[in-house]
Design a protein around this ligand. Structure first.
Ligand code: DX5
Ligand code: ZN
Length: 233
């Protein structure tokens, strides 16, 4: 629903005020022994999305959690589950993530040999389809898949860990992706992921980011609820 609203918003004339940027808190930095509590904090917050980072220890040098955990927290939340797969061969698990409760499923450009097929399979399974690119991957490599996408995640850290520093070159990529979206009249959402906090959130929003993932700057603080509210401003 939120995605549809934002796509509609992107087609309005530029002189109208932009809608608020979506904050997508990431559970990666939450206390895994108190996962339900973390989900409830997000549930009570203005954040419309919950970002879920799935890592396989192969595509990235870390292992996080998979569909059993997503399935377990699904009944606790009505938020959009924005699932970010940092795994090789994601095609094997598309319906498993759908069944676990994913609303958006994003795969990595670098992990998919037949990206077009993967994107179509995600959509055929009834989810919004996203593609993420690592900091070293140029935006223009997505040019021929953009028509098929609901969202693009620009990684502003090297994926694998929460709490890393934001890579400033992301602004250049954000500009380039916005330009591609504008030139071709497309309406996919642009999400930025990694190292986001109150120092850079507003600037990223001004540069055209529609959604901002925040892990450490939310769950690494003593008051995650307040941290989400501050980011949402
Ligand atoms: C990194 C993940 C991010 C991570 C962001 O591999 O994709 O979503 O949770 O965490 P922070 O906000 O701490 O950089
Ligand atoms: Zn992520």
């Amino acid at each position: 629903m939120q995605g549809r609203l934002f796509r509609a918003a992107l087609s309005v004339p530029l002189h109208l005020p932009a809608m608020a940027t979506i904050i997508a808190p990431s559970l990666l930095s939450a206390d895994f022994a108190r996962l339900a509590q973390a989900v409830e904090i997000v549930e009570a917050s203005p954040a419309p999305w919950l970002h879920l980072d799935v890592m396989d220890g192969v595509f990235v040098p870390n292992i996080s959690f998979g569909f059993p955990v997503i399935k377990a927290i699904r009944p606790l939340s009505k938020k959009i589950f924005d699932v970010h797969l940092m795994i090789v061969d994601p095609d094997r698990y598309i319906t498993a993530f759908r069944d676990a409760g994913a609303d958006h499923l994003t795969v990595h450009y670098e992990a998919c040999t037949h990206l077009h097929r993967t994107v179509q399979a995600i959509k055929a399974a009834g989810m919004k389809a996203g593609v993420a690119i690592n900091p070293h991957t140029p935006v223009h490599l997505l040019t021929d898949i953009l028509w098929d996408l609901d969202q693009v995640i620009l990684m502003s850290v090297n994926p694998g860990f929460g709490g890393q520093g934001f890579i400033p070159g992301t602004y250049r990529k954000l500009n380039a992706l916005n330009e591609l979206r504008r030139i071709h009249g497309l309406s996919f959402l642009i999400e930025v992921d990694g190292g986001i906090n109150t120092d850079n959130a507003a600037e990223l929003s001004r540069h055209g980011a529609d959604a901002l993932v925040a892990g450490n700057s939310v769950f690494g603080t003593s008051d995650p609820a307040e941290a989400i509210r501050r980011l949402a401003k």
